[in-house]
Ligand binder design. Structure first.
Ligand code: NAG
Ligand code: NAG
Ligand code: NAG
Ligand code: ZN
Ligand code: ZN
Length: 612
């Protein structure tokens, strides 16, 4: 379908805003409220009333015209491929691509846009592909917190329901909810999941599995390859996370048991791809056979900033996305139904957790390229389809401004600092750890650290204090955080947390016409509802089938009614009380306002099974 103009025109800033800003700044500095409201009610007052009334009428007229225009233009699609308008549903064969930018908040876009303009020598009006396709915003809270995690966030997309942080497509009452991917599979669509982190991580897990806690990644892996009450529901898997598929007797395994899921998957018919060479043998997708299981890393695929120099080892998100689109489209060429594909830019979130702005801008750019690749596919494909993209939440409380001194802050941030970095803080920390382990001499350790700062991060002016913080093995702050802070301070980029934040995130779409229901500000569950509606799927029917699987077990046939042990109902979801988990209602203040102590900070380090 034809590419559209930018969905929202930029707002023209009002003349008065600079005056108001000056007043607000005065108020900020003096701590006093501005007193505009205390003027006398003279002629000025009535003149303002008149102007206000006039403005109100004019605004109303514009809204009426806009609504009429909207109705006219969104009723029937001009290209005649299919119709989908207010109150209607699309008809005929169609494809749905859902993209998740995990942890990408509005500030990530501003930061990446400026970075792109600087590094590619572009003018200020050359924006990201994403910028041209913004459609609305999503409110992200979960049933248990104003700040969601990726599990509850993805459950909102996959099932269309709010649940608790940690829930993998189960509701607060610990019953499973049917997902858009399962419903699509049962309806005859081909389905796929493409990610850059573990395929068992929360976001992909929510589409193809159900467990009470996201940490049960071994079970998630089993369900993803078809040990699932509905049978196999995913046709194509690409990403990392091989470790949960390897028996605990094998190097690189992170399974608790000795089950060989790669062997089991292949018995079930999966074509298994282990590495870049196997990916290349697909010839861009032309040579692929479904079902397909591509696991290209034990855990995460490296950050794009590190991956681009290892392109012969790991495929990029764009490459995997293009291949997946080709494979799914060819596999459905002769069928009545199209496909559902979920693509995740998984590690934007990890860069946020690590407070690493150089890693993050490159993750967002890689996601932007994958987004563009999907647009290109939809544009050329003869089957109609829609791309909807959004984030599950923001990560890091990112700000493109940072006050470094007590004196009045400067109004700037410096993308050039990020442009000078050639690696992530995570990479630098690994290099440092490997080297310092074999280097006892202190002067040599310091020299190596300074050289690494120069080579990996482009930082030539590290202070002695900063170098000491990296060399000191007793420092409770992990080197990856120190490296990230060194970059962030110099770029004047601020972070308020190593976790997630509660800000609304953006919703994107290939076209307004196909995703009109998502214009404006929405609850994240409405994104999930839209996905199911677009493919005309009956999610409730899937939920009902899952409820009928109360006593299902992967190893034995379901027990027959009469001899069932009620205590084993939904045993396959794993222990619901695995830890102290809040299910519903928000926490309240109980006296915690101090800076947290650094004790136990090691637990914050990202690793396999880390909660993002
Ligand atoms: C490996 O898994 C088996 C069960 O499948 C278990 O008995 C054994 O203790 C595990 N070994 C390790 C090292 O975790
Ligand atoms: C980037 O690196 C170059 C070469 O080392 C240096 O001259 C320049 O000042 C650096 N820019 C920033 C913003 O750090
Ligand atoms: C079910 O669980 C309850 C409480 O934990 C226990 O008292 C009861 O004996 C269990 N029933 C069976 C059949 O195991
Ligand atoms: Zn995710
Ligand atoms: Zn996260």
């Amino acid at each position: 379908m034809p590419q559209e103009e930018p969905l929202l025109a930029p707002r023209v800033s009002s003349e008065q805003s600079s005056i108001r800003n000056a007043e607000e700044e005065d108020a900020l500095l003096t701590g006093e409220r501005t007193s505009r409201s205390e003027r006398q009610r003279g002629w000025g007052f009535w003149r303002e009333v008149g102007l206000f009334a006039w403005a109100l009428i004019a605004t109303a007229a514009v809204i009426v015209i806009a609504v009429i225009y909207q109705h006219e233009s969104s009723g029937v699609q001009s290209d005649g491929k299919h119709s989908w308008g207010p109150g209607g549903k699309p008809t005929g064969k169609r494809n749905l691509v859902f993209m998740v930018s995990d942890g990408m908040g509005p500030t990530s876009l501003s930061m990446t846009r400026s970075f792109k303009q600087l590094t590619q020598g572009l003018p200020a009006d050359e924006v990201l592909v994403l910028d041209k396709h913004i459609l609305g915003t999503s409110r992200t809270r979960s049933s248990s917190s104003l700040v969601t995690d990726s599990a509850a966030g993805a459950t909102a997309f996959s099932c269309g329901f709010k649940s608790y942080n940690g829930a993998i497509s189960v509701l607060p009452d610990h019953s499973p909810c049917g997902t858009v991917l399962e419903a699509a599979s049962l309806a005859g669509y081909k389905t796929g999941l493409v990610v850059t982190t573990r395929i068992t991580d929360a976001t992909p897990a929510c589409f193809a599995s159900h467990v009470n806690l996201r940490q049960y990644e071994d079970r998630i892996a089993e369900q993803e390859i078809g040990e699932h009450p509905l049978g196999r529901v995913v046709d194509l898997i690409m990403g990392g996370g091989r470790c949960h598929f390897l028996p605990n007797t094998t190097d690189g395994s992170c399974r608790a048991d000795d089950r060989d899921l790669l062997a089991i998957a292949q018995e079930k018919g999966f074509n298994y791809l282990n590495d870049r060479k196997a990916f290349d043998s697909l010839n861009g997708g032309a040579e692929a056979k479904l079902p397909l299981l591509g696991l290209f890393a034990d855990k995460d695929i490296p950050y794009e900033i590190d991956r681009r120099t290892q392109n012969d080892v790991y495929p990029s998100l764009e490459e995997m996305s293009r291949a997946a689109l080709k494979i799914l489209s060819e596999a459905t060429a002769d069928s009545e139904q199209g496909f559902f594909l979920m693509i995740e830019g998984s590690r934007i979130d990890h860069a946020g957790h690590g407070n690493d702005p150089a890693a993050q801008v490159n993750e967002v750019l890689a996601y932007d390229k994958a987004f563009a690749a999907v647009l290109e596919f939809l544009d050329k494909d003869s089957t109609p389809g829609v791309l909807v993209g959004t984030s599950d939440h923001e990560t890091g409380g990112l700000a493109v401004a940072r006050q470094l001194h007590v004196t009045y802050p400067e109004y700037l941030w410096l993308p050039g600092v990020l442009a000078n970095a050639s690696h992530s803080a995570e990479y630098a920390a690994n290099e440092l750890q490997n080297h310092l382990g074999q280097e006892p001499d202190d002067a040599a350790r310091q020299a190596y650290t300074r050289e690494l700062l120069k080579k990996a991060l482009g930082v030539e002016d590290a202070t002695q204090e900063e170098v000491d913080a990296l060399v000191d093995t007793e420092n409770p702050i992990p080197p990856a955080f120190v490296f990230a802070d060194i970059i962030s301070r110099r770029a004047q980029v601020g972070w308020s947390t190593h976790g997630h934040s509660g800000v609304d995130v953006n919703i994107y779409a290939s076209s307004t016409k196909d995703a009109w229901a998502l214009q404006g500000n929405h609850e994240n569950t409405e994104v999930g509802t839209f996905l199911a509606n677009y493919l005309d799927l009956d999610i409730d029917a899937v939920t009902k089938r899952l409820e009928d699987s109360k006593f299902w077990s992967s190893s034995s046939p379901p027990s027959t009614q009469g001899e069932i042990d009620e205590n084993k109902s939904f045993n396959w979801l794993g222990d619901p009380l695995g830890e102290d988990v809040r299910i519903e209602d928000l926490d309240s203040y109980h006296g915690d306002f101090k800076k947290r102590s650094l004790g136990g900070i090691e637990e914050l380090e990202c690793g396999c099974g880390a909660v993002h």
